[in-house]
Design a protein around this ligand. Structure first.
Ligand code: TYD
Length: 217
């Protein structure tokens, strides 16, 4: 585990990322079971924003009247800070695997590529916060049109999901660029297809990097 900041951890920190409508929550549930069976370790499933009982902050971010992009960014970072301190780091220090839906790659893809905030500004804030870097990230790669169709079937879009097709296409491109830059950490998996097909792809793509991380840890 590449520990950054004050806390030395023993567990494994895995994040799962992708556009709204990519099937993240469904695949996270399957992946948690698979990780537990495969490693014999306890897996804590969590999510951002709001996975630490920070529900009020989640509501503010997703439903509230957020006046500008910088405020939105800072709310996500505040949420991450609380989530790390109260949920992620304690579980990792007990040697558990933490599987988190969304993390800093969401901030880069949505707030930089999506909203247009300068990358250097966002990256420097993330770095200054000293947030722990994930050991591995699964990116559910899907084109914006397919994700939008899936979301449409679900109904009840939140503030960010309602940002429009061009926004989501930029976020998708952001994710792809992040995956190109960090091939060691980010495992990109084609998220088109049935739940079983995508689940099988994730498992086969994770086998080797997971073994390597467990051996190193
Ligand atoms: P999510 O929980 O995936 O939404 P839902 O429960 O409706 O599937 O994420 C909430 C939204 O927040 C999603 O549109 C992505 C966005 N987001 C950012 O823009 N930046 C961030 O840093 C994070 C963590 C999420």
């Amino acid at each position: 585990m590449r520990g950054r900041g004050l806390c030395v951890t023993r567990g494994l920190f895995i994040t799962i990322e992708g556009l709204d409508g990519c099937g993240k929550s469904t695949q996270a549930a399957r992946l948690a079971d698979w990780l537990e069976a495969r490693t014999g370790r306890g897996v804590l499933r969590t999510f951002e924003p709001g996975g630490w009982g920070g529900g009020a902050l989640r509501s503010l971010i997703l439903a509230g009247d957020v006046p500008d992009n910088r405020t939105e960014l800072l709310l996500f970072l505040a949420d991450r800070s609380g989530h790390l301190a109260s949920v992620v780091l304690p579980a990792l220090s007990e040697g558990r695997i933490v599987l988190c839906e969304r993390y800093s790659d969401s901030t880069l893809a949505y707030q930089v590529w999506g909203r247009g905030l300068p990358e250097a500004f966002v990256a420097s804030l993330i770095a200054s916060c000293g947030f722990l870097a994930p050991d591995l990230t699964v990116l559910l790669d899907i084109d914006a049109g397919t994700a939008e169709r899936r979301l449409g079937a679900r109904g009840g879009a939140d503030r960010i999901e309602s940002a429009g097709s061009a926004f989501m296409a930029r976020v998708a491109e952001g994710y792809r660029e992040l995956a190109r830059r960090s091939p060691e950490r980010i495992v990109a998996v084609d998220a088109a297809g049935t739940e079983d097909e995508v689940g099988a792809r994730i498992e086969s793509a994770l086998l080797k990097p997971l073994e390597e991380r467990l051996r190193a840890g």
